[in-house]
Design a binder for this molecule. Structure first.
Ligand code: SAH
Length: 217
């Protein structure tokens, strides 16, 4: 791609996010800094900066940039936060989070996706991301509580293990809730010592959160 053309696409990409309502400057900066073209499959490289989800390996998808930006914004990140992501996929959301938080742990049930994501994250200098292969519905046993947890696959119910692994001093769990083939809502749960408060955000469309590590690669 010609350099000017690529700059223009990049500006349009950020302009679209702003126009759609992303106002957090730190989130916009992070979205501007992470090269999405490094996280899509080669055959989709020309549409890397279009505001659409794209297919990746193992029948999964890299989320639409607007949804990545909205989820990142709604997570209310602070630079000292430790973040857990369930559903590494391409690694793109993890790369965006890595620029806004101290540390990101990301869990993926497909080994192939996890390995590719690790390579891409290393290539873009996201050194504070750890990718783990496993079933994220179980959280990451043995780790201390996370300040923020983001799930990038749709769950029918809130996995209790994730609530348990959330800090109780205002920890936020953000996840798409709903059936695999029906309406899903992005939901934010905020945990305090008094209990868990729930807010419904926007309508979304995600691949399903599935139990267990994937048997195929
Ligand atoms: N955040 C990704 C998009 C993820 S698509 C990105 O930025 O590209 C959802 C991902 O969740 C898929 O890769 C899928 O394999 C994974 N997934 C589904 N159920 C899971 C589970 N129980 N544990 C870990 N990963 C899971």
């Amino acid at each position: 791609m010609h350099r000017d053309e690529s700059d223009t696409r990049h500006l349009e990409f950020l302009l679209t996010l702003r126009r759609r309502g992303i106002g957090d400057q730190a989130v916009l900066r992070a979205m501007g800094e992470v090269p999405r073209d490094r996280f899509v499959e080669l055959q989709h490289i020309d549409t890397a900066y279009a505001d659409q989800a794209l297919p990746i390996a193992c029948g999964q998808t890299i989320s639409q940039p607007y949804v990545v930006a909205t989820m990142t914004e709604q997570l209310r990140l602070r630079p000292h936060h430790r973040v857990l992501e369930i559903g590494t996929g391409s690694g793109y959301q993890a790369a965006v989070l890595s620029r806004l938080a101290r540390e990101v742990v990301s869990v993926e049930r497909y080994r192939t996706l996890a390995e590719h994501a690790r390579e891409r994250l290393r290539a873009v200098g996201a050194n504070n991301v750890e990718v783990i292969v496993g079933d994220g519905m179980l959280g990451v046993p043995g780790r201390v509580a996370f300040d923020r947890i983001i799930v990038t696959a749709a769950a029918a119910d809130v996995p209790q293990a994730l609530i348990d692994q959330l800090a109780d001093d205002g920890g936020i769990l953000l996840l798409p809730l709903g059936p695999h083939d029906g309406p899903q809502r992005l939901v934010r749960l905020t945990k305090t010592k008094d209990g868990v408060a729930r807010e419904d955000l926007i309508a979304v469309r995600f691949v399903p959160l599935l139990p267990g590590q994937a048997r195929e690669l």
